[in-house]
Design a protein around this ligand. Sequence first.
Ligand SMILES: NC(=O)c1ccc[n+]([C@@H]2O[C@H](COP(=O)([O-])OP(=O)(O)OC[C@H]3O[C@@H](n4cnc5c(N)ncnc54)[C@H](OP(=O)(O)O)[C@@H]3O)[C@@H](O)[C@H]2O)c1
Length: 258
Amino acid sequence: MTRGEKGWALVTGASSGIGEAFARRLAFEGYDLIIVARRVELLERLASELCRSCGVAVEVEPADLSVESDIARVAQRIAEVGPLAVLVNNAGFSTAEKFMEADLQSQLRMIYVHNLATIWLTHAALRGMISHGRGSIINVSSVAGLIPAPYNAAYDATKAFLVLFSEGLHQELRGTGVRVQALCPGYTHTGFHASIGVERKIPEPFWLTPEEVVDASLSALERGAVVCVPGKKQHLFVSLMLALPRPLRYRLIRLVER
Ligand SMILES: NC(=O)c1ccc[n+]([C@@H]2O[C@H](COP(=O)([O-])OP(=O)(O)OC[C@H]3O[C@@H](n4cnc5c(N)ncnc54)[C@H](OP(=O)(O)O)[C@@H]3O)[C@@H](O)[C@H]2O)c1
């Protein structure tokens, strides 16, 4: 049963950071929510707060999106709930180390969480969205998906996958009423960097808050922009870097990253 005015939105990785900011904003706008992640206590606390403050329905769906049976269960929930209004494929993590020094299992899990889960949940959501003639899918990629850097090769590749997947899908979905976006944030203040033990020496003006990322994403969705790089400075940085010859770009990015 929907309580909000806007229908159901499902957000993965809603227990913290950018996913939590999406959940808060969508609840505030009147969407009922299904929130997905592994840290159930955080999800439950968020759910009761948003039910109370926004008057929407919030379902907690605990899932480890590196596990196929959990992804299948979330996909099944999407099929049961009816046409989703919004799907945000946001769950993700990084390891920030040389590829050959990283634990292979963690790199494989990354492919599951970032790519396999996104493909699976998008497939589950699209049928209803297309038949309903509306819906939005936001795939949270990264600036790293546009400009790959060292010490993150698998992460960057999984994020580039999300950009290409979103762009291809966008073209297929022309005329259906369904919108797709690859959201490519740069450095954003969340637990993401601390969780991998990396202290970034990036000047404060180059950081965004999760709320700024969500604002930029939803405005870009309204404008029909398929690839969204939040922040004017970040957008300029990406445009300039992509205009450079690759060897020069690699040299500059090495300076930024270590
Ligand atoms: N922060 C940045 O600078 C930045 C920049 C560019 C892109 N991004 C992207 O933004 C997205 C959100 O990251 P964030 O910055 O908000 O970091 P965060 O606060 O660490 O959030 C990551 C979210 O992903 C969930 N998650 C991770 N592994 C999962 C798994 N196996 N199954 C289910 N959920 C999982 C986490 O929930 P549980 O731990 O509860 O499962 C958490 O809710 C990621 O895709 C990240 O790559 C971040």
